[in-house]
Design a protein around this ligand. Sequence first.
Ligand code: HSE
Length: 392
Amino acid sequence: MKAAILGYGTVGSGVGEIIGSLCAKGIEVAHILERTENLHKHPLMCDDINVILNDEEVDVVVETMGGIEPAHTFIMAALNAKKHVVSANKAVIARYMEEFHACADANGVRFLYEASCGGGIPWLHNLYNALRIDEIDEIHGIFNGTTNYILDHMEKEQAQFDVILAKAQQLGYAESDPSADIDGIDIQNKLRISATIAFQGNVPLTFPVFGIRNINKTDIDYAASLHKKIKLPAIAKRVDDRYYAAVEPTLYEETQTEASISENFNLTCLHGATIGDLKFYGQGAGKLPTANAVVQDILDLHENIDTQPKNQNKALRVDTSLVCGTYIVRTDAPEALINELFTDFYVKKEVFKDNTYYWMEHISSYMMHQKVKELCNTDGNVFFAQIAEVNA
Ligand code: HSE
């Protein structure tokens, strides 16, 4: 099987390395699409997508460019040229997955994207597997290596956010624009893809997201004083045709599994009626783990293994009552404003190392996001987090 790799950055070059070490398995790289200024770096490089589209020997196009364009155009062109496509690019998949699948079906080829969610964890394959027997009613977990690394190392190194973010970039975990990581957008893309598969209907990119841009060292210390750790998980729940999805910082008890996830690792979890809870743990970012997931998809194509179910396109609607709980908000805004915004929910305040934390109870995640948006108009540095239930 001949592959063409679009983009030879962190993940693309990892795919090249792994395929290089697997020659005996019958997979070969035929072309690498790169920018003109990079062509001298590898004999297989070209800067014209038509060389790849017109090469009848190319069976699979591997898209590891990232970004929306030209990735979207190239994926569609490859599918229309009747080539299978394997992509690691969660941003473009989150926007166009239905269009890509329809185009692949129309052309009798396949569109696979295991590496887009959970890095090296075989997460999507395990969703497919669970769906053979169960309906999935919940997925949640830690889906971003960069933010997990930052939260972990701010505590371990007693360092500020910017210092650790720079390290995550050096290690190849962060997106080229790291705001996608720290604002939760990368997790939103992964949750949109995962929940659409898990719930077998369209879960669009419209659910609330709050990242860790505003987190400070005192927030980490405050969590530690409560024997908790801050993480940035995703959650999606479904009951019948109703669902709710969100990305929001969460404080886990030190004894909870999520609290123990360190470095660039991810923990992706599903719940099904007969299987109960399943949790998958592995490196969620980085060159070779992510490239490994890409090559697994290529091997599936080569060995004609197909476990990906067709989406049932179930009609789903949002139910904001499905995720409610206890939250803290750290803000310098006047207490009167907190009273006004959070009437009925505000239960207490705690001052810790000059930071003021307000506690809210019995409030929906959706309402928290709405209220915090309003609060941000007064205090641009606000941080909030859910307090995870200990048996969650
Ligand atoms: N920036 C992403 C992360 C890369 O940190 O998880 C893997 O998707």
